[in-house]
Ligand binder design. Structure first.
Ligand SMILES: Nc1nc2c(ncn2[C@@H]2O[C@H](COP(=O)(O)OP(=O)(O)OP(=O)(O)O)[C@@H](O)[C@H]2O)c(=O)[nH]1
Length: 351
């Protein structure tokens, strides 16, 4: 069946654990309550789509797992998006990528899709973890800060999230830093990504116009030139590629996050909750994100586990399907085998 109208696509960007899935689940509720049919394209670094489990089964979803959209599987994004739309005829699509992705590459994927089917990039919403941003802005040359900066630069709407973790006296200073990186996107202060979703309706006028007006010149959505981009801008990657230096572009695309890796551990039996918590409490700083579905020997129901920026959360869940007990750990250059040994040891009855 042919679409008769253009389908808006929202890209949800933001560093690992910043609050993208929290935003997505709220957005899906909003659209469904208003009688519109959303669909989701989700990309995760780990081998299991844990974020996807937070999305209701009636929302059509395409999963791209085990790699990052912006590099290893970027070529597929346009086609996956087209397939999702052809099959389910949604009114709106959300693309949630790994927090390690550079949004410019996703913009490319959506642009590819727009050549194949009637889609329009409506917005790039970047969720900023206020506490992490405060810490990383102290070392602006760090790879994490540079990636966060790229994500902020390419946004058409910025959620300054997790404001509950930063003293209000810091908010204005941090927002001014964000404003330096992105002079035009509205910045909305949020806790748990709670915003007025009528903003999304307004964004559905199209992202291209915004970028044309943006002093930083993220005109990439149209595939035009990027001469105005400073060298350290995320879009410089794009520029190199369009000028035919695809190898250089690929290397450049990796510059900001090739250090990020994931380890997925499947548990073969229930584990002790206190020993697991103690293990997570001892995780080195270079493992900064983890999530999972866990079954404990000392509790009746399974739990969804979240760990972001040293904060641990456990939420009772009642999984519909036979989901595995699994945890994904994401960080920089960490030793998988040490972690694997420690996690496997949890499966032995006594330490
Ligand atoms: N304190 C606090 N926690 C938050 C806030 N927003 C989200 N969280 C928590 O942070 C954790 C990560 O949130 P997610 O929405 O899964 O983050 P994400 O960006 O989707 O994470 P990745 O997909 O791994 O990149 C969860 O435990 C959330 O409950 C907030 O405003 N304040």
């Amino acid at each position: 069946m042919k679409h008769t109208h253009t389908i808006p696509v929202h890209i949800l960007s933001g560093f690992l654990g910043s609050g993208k899935t929290t935003l997505l689940t709220r957005a899906l509720d909003y659209y469904q309550l208003n009688g519109r049919k959303p669909a989701v394209l989700m990309n995760e670094l780990g081998e299991v789509n844990l974020d996807g489990m937070q999305v209701s089964a009636e929302v059509p979803m395409t999963e791209m797992l085990g790699g990052c959209i912006c590099c290893t599987i970027r070529g597929d994004l346009g086609l996956e998006l087209k397939q999702l739309i052809d099959e389910h005829q949604p009114d709106v699509v959300f693309v949630e990528s790994t927090g390690a992705a550079n949004p410019m590459e996703m913009l490319d994927g959506v642009t590819d899709a727009s050549l194949l089917t009637r889609v329009e990039l409506a917005s790039v919403v970047t969720v900023v973890d206020a506490a992490l941003f405060a810490e990383k802005s102290e070392s602006p040359k760090s790879r994490t800060y540079r990636l966060m900066a790229d994500q902020i630069r390419c946004a058409t709407l910025i959620l300054f999230n997790k404001t509950d973790l930063v003293p209000p006296s810091e908010w204005l200073r941090l927002e001014a830093l964000i404003r330096e990186l992105n002079p035009s996107a509205p910045i909305v202060r949020t806790v748990r990504s709670e915003i007025d979703f009528t903003l999304f309706d307004r964004l559905e006028g199209g992202v291209v116009r915004h970028h044309r007006d943006n002093a930083l010149g993220c005109t990439c959505a149209e595939g035009h030139s990027h001469h105005e981009h400073p060298d350290d801008h995320g879009c410089a990657v794009h520029h190199a590629e369009h000028s035919g230096h695809s190898e250089d572009a690929a290397k450049a695309a990796h510059h900001s996050h090739d250090h990020v890796m994931a380890y997925t551990h499947f548990f073969t039996r229930a584990i002790d909750s206190e020993r697991f918590e103690a293990l997570v409490g001892r995780l080195p700083d270079n493992i900064f994100r983890a999530k999972g579905i866990l079954r404990f020997t000392d509790t009746a129901s399974p739990f969804m586990f979240q760990y972001a920026y040293r904060q641990m959360d456990f939420m009772k869940i009642a999984p519909k399907e036979n989901v595995p007990s699994v945890a994904v750990f994401i960080g920089e250059h960490f030793d998988r085998s040490v972690l694997e040994t420690e996690l496997t040891a949890l499966e032995c009855s006594e330490s």
